[in-house]
Design a protein. Structure first.
Lengths: 104, 307
């Protein structure tokens, strides 16, 4: 199971449906590419408990602005339709797992 | 995953995956422990022009992925995990990670190096909020803005030049009165109309609370202090080896690098140091890859003798 690419509509639907971990990224962001393999693993590991999706901030700058994403990669955890917590540029898979343990 | 391995490799950069390739081809059961993704520091570079075999250059992330695939083609495995502790003194060595405990008969440390921090208050809190260590990563956020670059080496020069093409103004701050490296960027920087130099100057404070608003600077000759408003600062002041977990176990030099000669052997038999983490003259992807091959050779020799 890999992460979904969100457009605006799919993003809104997912966030209304249950917990979602969103990876805000952009094609020019070199840190984002390094995070991607780990994010895909997280998507698989947490399948059924959490939907994992990616938002390209070049395509959806309004979402980056709405959720105050000023730097990427930033992961935002949505619960009950709200942004619950965020994590900027995690340096390991373990850091994301700790973040999810704390907030999910 | 198997309970124990012939060789555990900490770090999946050029040294780690080169070692993995040579170990796997020698028939050793080999596991690479990598915390994020293959490539290490080069994975943050979009254009690598000094790794032989790629006449047009190659994207660093792509090169890292290819190194991983090359090693895995011969049976090396990768576990994405953060190493939390190492017990190296016994013949069977134990590595504790976020994904469980792994044991190996030999360990190759290829953990590389990370950007050096300035060590000022608020540095961590403002990282990603105006404080950055990588122009290629974060430069785009500062298009049309005013940024400072701190440092005088080739990375500082290259980053300042990259930023000068994006930003309204770039101020290069260096504690000496000239750039260290006679880099090809040097002349281009001196000629760039929007690059200013502050020689003999250090940063003593980050200004701003939620977001960086500027820097407090000290002139090292006169002692005078001044404030420099800016939207971002890029810190290019060198690197520190990732050896914190090894202190007290392996011999380190005063800068924290693992002491090992060209055989890559460390102070503990069966433990090898490859790549940027090792004491050496030149830290490049190509010398890291060379170290990996050497470490695999001596690890194989060690394992043959230990049987």
């Amino acid at each position: 199971m890999s992460a979904v690419h969100f457009d605006l509509e799919r993003f809104r639907q997912a966030v209304d449906a249950g917990p979602v971990l969103v990876d805000f990224w952009a094609p020019w962001c070199v840190h984002c590419r390094r995070l991607d393999p780990v994010f895909q693993e997280i998507a698989g590991d947490y399948a059924g408990r959490l939907q994992a999706g990616q938002v390209n901030i070049d395509d959806l700058p309004q979402l980056a602005a709405e959720y105050h994403v000023n730097v990427i990669p930033t992961l935002v955890l949505f619960r009950d339709g709200r942004a619950e917590a965020s994590l900027t540029a995690p340096e390991s898979k373990a850091r994301i797992e700790a973040f999810l343990r704390e907030h999910l | 995953m198997e309970p124990h391995w012939d060789v555990l490799i900490a770090g999946g950069g050029p040294a780690g995956y080169s070692a993995a390739l040579y170990c796997a081809r020698a028939g050793l059961r080999t596991l690479v422990l990598e915390q994020l993704s293959a490539g290490g520091q080069i994975a943050l570079t979009t254009q690598v022009d000094n790794y032989p075999g790629f006449p047009e250059g190659i994207d660093g992330f792509e090169l890292g992925q290819r190194m991983r695939q090359g090693a895995e083609r011969f049976g090396a495995r990768t576990q994405l995990a953060e190493v939390t502790a190492l017990e190296l003194n016994r013949p069977l060595k134990t590595v504790h990670t976020s994904a469980g405990v792994f044991q190996g008969r030999a360990v190759i440390v290829a953990t590389g190096a990370n950007p050096r921090r300035l060590g000022l208050p608020k540095e961590q809190a403002l990282t990603g909020r105006g404080v950055s260590y990588c122009a290629a990563c974060d430069g785009m956020f500062y298009r049309g803005k005013t940024v400072a670059v701190v440092g005088g080496g080739s990375t500082a020069a290259a980053d300042a030049l990259l930023l000068s093409r994006l930003c309204k103004k770039v101020i290069l701050i260096h504690r000496r009165d000239t750039l260290r490296a006679a880099s090809i960027e040097h002349q281009a920087l001196l000629e760039a109309p929007n690059v200013e130099f502050r020689w003999n100057t250090t940063v003593i404070q980050f200004l701003g609370s939620d977001r960086l608003l500027g820097l407090r600077l000290r002139d090292l000759l006169s002692g005078a202090e001044a404030e420099l408003p800016c939207d971002g600062v890029f810190l290019c002041i060198g690197r520190v080896p990732a050896t914190a977990l090894l202190q007290g176990q392996l011999e380190l030099d005063s800068a924290g690098y693992l002491i090992a000669d060209e055989t890559t052997r460390t102070s503990i038999p069966g433990v090898f140091a490859a790549g940027d983490v090792r004491t050496k003259a030149l830290r490049q992807a190509v010398t890291a890859a060379a170290d990996g091959a050497v470490a695999a050779h001596y690890a194989e020799e060690y394992l043959r003798g230990a049987q």
